[in-house]
Design a protein around this ligand. Structure first.
Ligand SMILES: [Zn+2]
Length: 269
């Protein structure tokens, strides 16, 4: 909630009522008005536990099914989220910049509403994609753009059984990529979990004689989208956003157990 500064309030009172007031009177009046509008911190914090109880009713599975590794950075076993979590939190802070100005419960409402909108939007995005497209648009477009360059790079097969290739990039550097372990010596594929330029060049080389390759490992037939982590597959994307997120209903319809109503949280000073 955007509120005018005491200095602005002083000007408004002077303009509309022709009365000069002090800075502290303007500040005091502003705080009173904000309390009136938002409720006092005591009132808001008193409702806090009730509100969380209601949130819990909607998302009971959070406590039961979501292990620490999915929300606490130190427990995340994957590479990407170990590296990226701080940036994601900063992005979230930016998205909810306006919501931080609200009181506690309206802020939580705003966060739930935004997530609900995102889920709905991503469901629509998945439905709008072509059936043939197996990858999420971000990766599909990235690989599409990379393809034109990748197909021109010189590739040398090192091991037809382990599908290891040596790729020479445009700047003359050599890279080693493996289609079996889905990794490249530049490490981009290893961390991003979708192929780098060299990995894609190796794959293009591999597809050229996939049926007639002599001495090639027979139990492996790699299709394009299998070069990427399943997290970038369109079907996994659809699954991630398949649930509908409902906002918490109006306070008048809450059915709260007594032990929740009695719970007290004291606001910070
Ligand atoms: Zn690479």
């Amino acid at each position: 909630m955007e509120t005018p500064t005491p200095k602005v309030i002083k000007g408004l009172v002077k303009f509309h009522l022709g009365v000069m007031i002090s800075y502290s009177t303007a500040l005091h009046g502003k705080n009173l008005a904000v309390c009136e509008r938002r409720g006092s911190p005591q009132d808001i914090y008193k409702m806090m536990h009730c509100y969380l109880h209601m949130v819990e009713q909607y998302v009971e599975y959070v406590e039961e099914h979501i292990e620490k590794g999915k929300w606490a950075r130190v427990f995340v076993p994957r590479h990407r989220y170990n590296l990226d979590t701080s940036n994601s939190v900063k992005s979230m802070n930016n998205v909810f910049k306006e919501a931080w100005r609200c009181a506690l419960i309206p802020m939580l409402d705003c966060i739930i509403r935004t997530f609900s909108d995102w889920f709905n939007q991503h469901r629509k995005d998945v439905a709008s994609g072509s059936v043939e497209t197996k990858l999420v648009p971000l990766v599909e477009n990235y690989l599409h753009d990379l393809w034109a360059v990748a197909r021109t790079l010189p590739v040398r097969e090192l091991n037809s059984y382990e599908l290891e290739y040596e790729i020479t990039s445009n700047d003359g550097n050599m890279y080693l990529a493996s289609l079996v372990t889905k990794s490249c010596s530049c490490k981009v594929w290893d961390y991003e979990k979708f192929p780098c330029l060299h990995g894609l060049a190796a794959y293009i080389y591999y597809t050229k004689d996939v049926d007639g390759g002599v001495g090639r490992r027979r139990d492996i037939q790699i299709v394009y989208h299998e070069l990427c982590s399943r997290y970038y597959w369109a079907e996994m994307w659809a699954l991630a956003y398949s649930r509908t997120l409902y906002v918490v209903s109006d306070r008048s319809s809450w059915n709260l157990p007594d032990h929740i109503k009695e719970f007290q949280i004291i606001p910070p000073d």
